[in-house]
Ligand binder design. Structure first.
Ligand SMILES: [Zn+2]
Length: 511
């Protein structure tokens, strides 16, 4: 064993100092790792660079079509080894297919709870975003808007199908898978990866307690691969429909909802813009009238036609938009439908959501859905959502619920009643019994007087229908679910109906 000499020691100290200096200098450089190889991830990792504290991102081409060859839209990636760092992210604003001015990217440590970046701006054709504080987690997920991966659709379908009000559709043959996709190879600006064929889900929401003849409502989302806020809003609508809210109880009795929550899972998984790995250069919302070559669209179309009998009253296809941050959410419909009871009700419930009158093209789900060879939808809408100031998951859920509430008002106004429900509030209770008693023995009567068997006469047979359908009162449901909109609804709807009935009776007595 030799003793430590001073020369050796000096060498060791300078080596250690140099090593520390090297580590301090180099560690932040290139330490951040980027990846996109996960459910709905999307980034051109190979072309992106990390230089010191700056992460220069490059979006993937939206598709191989020359028109869009140099444009990108959906961005969703993981940045690793970021704890304690405050990186400055950049990405081209000029080649973004949309408007990034004032837009704010989102980040999450767990892909579930998302926050907007603090500091986002466009300057000289580049979009910059970063936080005022360093990241606290080692891995951070970053996205253009609130992601909704295919795994979330699977989890949500598994959860909602536990509800007694959810059942399989015909095409599900006893289950909730109504078709399959083709899968394919994703090699657009990423190392080749295989997208396995996926299940397409479908289910029905309804309460058999309602009248046999119910309205049919078709709900879908995910047509455009990267339009994730639309899926959040549809999830909010579904959750509302399965809730104890009085409007939901009524809706389940008045209508059958045929739900296809994610019709383009391949495109979503691959992090595409509007296409699928099977047809990477084709817009998935332009071929519903002629889906040749689309395995998934053909399966979804067949399921929709078989399940609904090819004839629905309402169709809502949830999408998302990519305009400026301040642009309000809206929905599209043909001009002649812009004053429907549904549109008017929605305008009252959500004054911030505007109606865009557009004819659309024959290959869109909304337009094919209205055609005679499609779903003969009497009313057809494309709700469009985005991420905006104050908009996160809760607000998207709330807007989805508003679409359901507007539908309730529309269907109620179109008079689809539960047997025994003379007051048309969707429930059979004492008010209906009072109406029946009031009109006992009347001839030439109608439903609103208590003629439930349709013989024109108010008598024992109507009373037995009422008794057989006796159920919860609107009031008891309303108190069970404290909701601001409910008390007014409880008070006004039966009242309006009673007033109408009195007017009708008055008119009849005068005649
Ligand atoms: Zn869309």
């Amino acid at each position: 064993m030799s003793l430590d000499t001073s020369g050796n020691r000096t060498m060791r100290i300078s080596f250690a100092t140099a090593l520390v200096a090297f580590v301090l200098l180099v560690q932040p450089l290139g330490a951040i790792e980027l990846s996109q190889d996960f459910d709905s991830g999307s980034l051109n990792v190979a072309a992106s660079t990390v230089v010191g504290n700056t992460v220069n991102l490059v979006g993937r081409r939206t598709w191989t079509d020359p028109t869009y060859r140099y444009r990108y839209r959906w961005v969703y990636f993981k940045a690793s080894d970021v704890a304690g760092l405050q990186p400055q992210f950049t990405i081209s604003a000029g080649s973004f297919l949309g408007d990034l001015s004032d837009h704010r990217y989102l980040y999450s440590y767990n892909q579930t709870e998302w926050s907007y970046f603090d500091n986002c701006y466009v300057s000289g054709g580049t979009y910059y975003f970063r936080n005022h504080q360093p990241f606290t987690g080692n891995d951070v997920y970053v996205a253009y808007s609130l992601p909704y991966p295919v795994s979330r659709t699977q989890a949500h379908v598994a959860a909602v199908t536990q509800s007694p009000f959810v059942s399989p559709t015909i095409s599900g043959a006893g289950g909730y898978v109504v078709g399959h996709t083709a899968g394919g190879v994703d090699n657009i600006d990423v190392p080749e990866r295989i997208i396995a064929p996926q299940d397409i889900y479908g289910f029905k929401i309804s309460d058999p307690a309602g009248p046999a003849e119910k309205s049919k409502v078709l709900l879908s989302s995910g047509v455009h691969s990267c339009e994730t806020p639309g899926n959040h809003a549809l999830e909010g609508m579904i959750d509302f429909l399965l809730s104890d809210a009085p409007q939901a109880v009524c809706l389940r009795r008045m209508a059958e909802f045929y739900v296809y929550p994610q019709v383009n899972p391949d495109g979503r998984l691959a992090g595409y813009y509007r296409s699928t790995p099977e047809n990477p250069s084709k817009d998935y919302n332009r071929f519903w009238n002629n889906p040749a070559g689309f395995t998934d669209m053909t399966a979804a179309r067949n399921a929709m036609i078989l399940d609904t009998g090819g004839d629905v009253d309402y169709l809502l296809d949830f999408h998302s938009m990519f305009g400026a941050w301040s642009r309000a959410p809206y929905f599209e419909t043909i001009p002649s439908d812009a004053n429907s009871p549904f549109v008017l009700a929605l305008a009252e419930l959500e004054p911030g959501i505007y109606c865009s009158k557009t004819y659309g093209t024959a290959g869109m789900l909304r337009i094919w859905g209205q055609s005679a060879s499609g779903l003969k939808a009497e009313h057809s809408y494309t709700p469009e959502f985005g991420c905006h100031p104050g908009v996160l998951e809760d607000r998207l859920d709330q807007m989805g619920a508003s679409y359901a509430k507007a539908l309730f008002r529309a269907l109620w106004s179109e008079s689809t009643f539960v047997a025994g429900d003379a007051t048309a509030d969707g429930l059979v209770d004492a008010a209906d019994a009072a109406v029946l008693a009031d009109c006992w023995g009347f001839e030439d009567a109608d439903w609103s007087m208590g003629d439930f068997d349709g013989d024109g006469r108010i008598g024992p047979s109507d009373a037995s229908i009422l008794a057989a359908n006796w159920g919860n009162t609107f009031e008891s449901l309303a108190t069970a679910v404290p909701e601001p909109a409910t008390p007014a609804l409880v008070g006004t709807l039966p009242l309006i109906w009673l007033l109408r009935r009195r007017r009708l009776l008055l008119a009849r007595n005068l005649a």
